[in-house]
Design a protein around this ligand. Structure first.
Ligand SMILES: [Zn+2]
Ligand SMILES: [Zn+2]
Length: 153
């Protein structure tokens, strides 16, 4: 017997080739100002909304993945180039979708900012939102210590 899941949030890429569903409300919606998120999105930060991997499914097409480091992969539409997802490889880690690829980005209000050490100087918004630097906590520093970055600069 197959379980019918009701999507709480839906989204997809610009051309419509890749679509996804989230079966939980978006979690830990955040922006990341780090240089990797800047390059990966071509924007001045990444806006990302999370779900447990068990609460998420690609429902049309499939993204192409780029391993931006040895710890994480970023999904994008090979047809139109829309950045779609970010996830660390551990099964327990959330998958994050790009907030702008949600059909309703208003469903994922920002609660956190990461990578503020690389925040572009003229990016001034949500300054009252809690923020931290990459690797600021001891746990995060230990995690990032094993990261090998595949970004050219
Ligand atoms: Zn597309
Ligand atoms: Zn980042």
């Amino acid at each position: 017997m197959s379980e019918v899941k009701t999507p709480i949030a839906t989204g997809g890429c610009q051309c419509g080739a890749v679509r996804y569903e989230m079966y939980v409300a978006p979690q830990n919606s955040h922006v990341c100002h780090c240089r990797m998120c800047q390059r990966a999105t071509g924007g001045v930060f990444a806006a990302l909304a999370g779900a447990p991997k068990s609460g998420f499914a690609w429902t049309k097409g499939a993204p192409t993945f780029y391993a931006s480091s040895n710890l994480a992969k970023r999904g994008f539409c090979a047809a139109c180039g829309t950045p779609l997802s970010f996830a660390y490889d551990m099964p327990e880690a959330r998958i994050y979708v790009t907030t702008g690829s949600l059909d309703d980005p208003n469903a994922a209000p920002i609660v956190m900012q990461y990578g503020v050490e690389s925040r572009v100087s003229w990016v001034k918004f949500c300054e009252d939102v809690k923020s931290e630097r990459t690797g600021e906590s001891a746990d995060a520093a230990a995690f990032f210590a094993s990261m090998q970055v595949n970004q050219s600069s």
